[in-house]
Write a protein that binds this ligand. Sequence first.
Ligand code: KG4
Ligand code: ZN
Length: 346
Amino acid sequence: MATESVRMPLLLALETSCDETAAAVIDQDRHVLSNIVATQHTLHERFGGVVPEIASRAHVERVLPVVDEALQQAGTTLGELSAIAVATQPGLVGSLLVGLTAAKSLAWALDIPLLAVNHVAAHLYACRLAAGAEAFPCVGFVVSGGHTHLYDCRSPVEFDLLGATIDDAAGEAFDKVGQILGLDYPGGPLIEALARKGDPHAVSLPRSFLHDPQLKFSFSGLKTAVLYAARGTPGSRDAPIPLTDQRRADIAASFQEAAIDILIRKCAQALVQTARTTVCVGGGVAANTAFRTALQDMCALRGVRLIIAPREFCTDNAAMGAIGWELFERGMFAPLDVDVTPGLMR
Ligand code: KG4
Ligand code: ZN
């Protein structure tokens, strides 16, 4: 007698919080069956950053084709889904609304539960996908274009903020330094490539709050110092050093080293403060190889277990919406009139 294979329940996750339109299908064992990301980088490139109105309109055009592709790649159909997860906070209000409206419509039409995902918690949950086992409790470190935030995570859905940036996020600083050095948007990966050709000790740059006991970050002073290194200090009698290719690479390498120094120091401080023995790191900047290596060194020295999100799950994606299963299993369903919360969670 032929046995019919029983399929695991399936979750469709949507992510439209900023400038990626993404959909993924994840089974209840947290296997990612498809992970489709339509990036808008080329639309925003000439503005040097994300233009919210352009982002919202692009999400409207792309969200349904991206959902179709995710279902197709997973070899499933809408009728086979058990729940819909969607990022509802934080992010750009117009962008979040597109994903939420699509998710609500699907959940209502299919009569299945809607799950409201916190995008920052999802970035950390990408580590749970990588570890293939329980990654919590842990110190959670989200380092992205919108966040430089340290959390004490008791579980995937229970966390307290330990500290955050008081101005720019680390990724934002990479992007702005990229702009100063004449690189395209987003600057992060391009700074990383340029830094490989430079000397990280060539330019002396400030590191804010490095020896401060508080878990605070600030990148604006570093950014200004990079601007002066590239264009000369206002009011200085010295002529600026010519911005040759080598000088640009040296500035990129020195900036990257300073930014990573700050991130590593504060992460280590959070581990001491909480006495946690695991740290999970996610967000776009966690794709940076020099940062990953520095994290590994710091954690090896302290005997701490390090889980970094796999590179493909560092920048915005919907696979990390697998956190929806944690909400589902706890019965934390969202009502169909749930709204977006654009602001950062505290
Ligand atoms: O997580 P993400 O896709 O979006 C937010 O939630 O913000 O992060 C995007 C940020 C951008 O600022 C980008 O420049 C940065 O992550 N990023 C990197 C690298 N790849 C992406 N920064 C440094 N090195 C990288 N390799
Ligand atoms: Zn993100």
